[in-house]
Ligand binder design. Structure first.
Ligand code: G
Ligand code: G
Ligand code: MN
Ligand code: NA
Length: 253
């Protein structure tokens, strides 16, 4: 498969890059974390969106190698920022296949100790599908990750079709409200109800809750009044290269 081969070459040639999208505390306005998002520029194909290549990488299994690359680089960048005294949590997306690798927990521990990053500066973004597939094995792994001190977030929360019982079984720290529920705030009655319900659920379970895809001041305002903790989205900025993010943070200080 052509794209599959191109991804393996891109890994060898160092053609992947990470960009970082800020996560903002709604109460203080401070950037308290970033989500690492992969970017790929191929000299023949041009810019290729992760929405295009990540699904192919998941089908073919290259996602395991890509995921390891992302984890290693994101943790190294976080360690550099930590050494500069920046208080940021690094959020990293984890695919189901990557999570299922027998050495997944060990690879997280290795990345942290190699870079010298305190484990609580790393947050892994998991999808609900990871938790339902083999719940007993997932519970063991999440327990081991929590034991390490790593934070765990549920990505795209509300779009899965698992039962909510996993929220009390698994050591989850954060819910990320999927941006499909945010885009029509505050006009849509169903979306305002759903977002309020997710925030209330998170508060009742003492979980942190972040809204994704926040683009407008009206959306931000709604989220503040509904008691949401954090937001991420174009209202702050799209994902930026590490240099651009550093400049962005200087401006904000
Ligand atoms: O960054 P962008 O908005 O284009 O991302 C598109 C999709 O690709 C999103 O669903 C995002 O979660 C996913 N994605 C981006 N970076 C990574 C990554 O490093 N690993 C995995 N597994 N998915 C990623
Ligand atoms: O699936 P995940 O949440 O990991 O991916 C984040 C995706 O959302 C990326 O493709 C990122 O570029 C995109 N994104 C981030 N902020 C916004 C936003 O404010 N609006 C829209 N439409 N997309 C966003
Ligand atoms: Mn994500
Ligand atoms: Na998401």
């Amino acid at each position: 498969m052509k794209l599959d081969h191109a991804m393996r070459l891109a890994l060898e040639h160092g053609d992947f890059q990470l960009h970082y999208q800020p996560q903002v505390d709604l109460a203080s306005g401070d950037v308290i974390g970033v989500e690492a998002l992969i970017r790929w520029h191929d000299k023949d194909l041009g810019q290729i969106s992760p929405a295009q290549f990540i699904p192919v990488a998941e089908e073919t299994g290259v996602i395991v190698a890509i995921g390891n690359w992302v984890l290693t680089h994101a943790v190294q960048q976080a360690a550099l920022w930590h050494a500069q005294g920046r208080q940021l949590v690094m959020a990293v997306n984890v695919s189901a296949l990557q999570f299922q690798q027998a050495n997944f927990v060990a690879s997280v521990a290795d990345a942290l100790s190699a870079a010298g990053l305190p484990p609580d500066r790393l947050e892994l973004e998991l999808t609900e599908s990871i938790l339902v597939r083999d719940a007993d094995e997932a519970l063991k792994r999440l327990g081991a990750l929590a034991e390490l001190g790593v934070k765990l977030a549920i990505d795209d929360f509300g779009t899965g079709y698992s039962s909510l019982s996993y929220l009390k079984r698994f050591p989850i720290h954060k819910l990320k409200i999927d941006r499909s529920f945010i885009s029509e705030l505050p006009d849509s009655d169903s979306d305002t109800a759903i977002v309020r319900a997710i925030i209330n659920l998170a508060q009742a379970l003492k979980l942190c809750v972040i809204a994704e895809g926040v683009e407008t001041e009206l959306q931000r305002h709604f989220l503040v009044s509904a008691g949401c903790d954090e937001f991420q989205g174009y209202l702050c900025t799209p994902a930026l290269s590490h240099e651009a993010l550093e400049q962005f943070m200087e401006k904000g200080d």
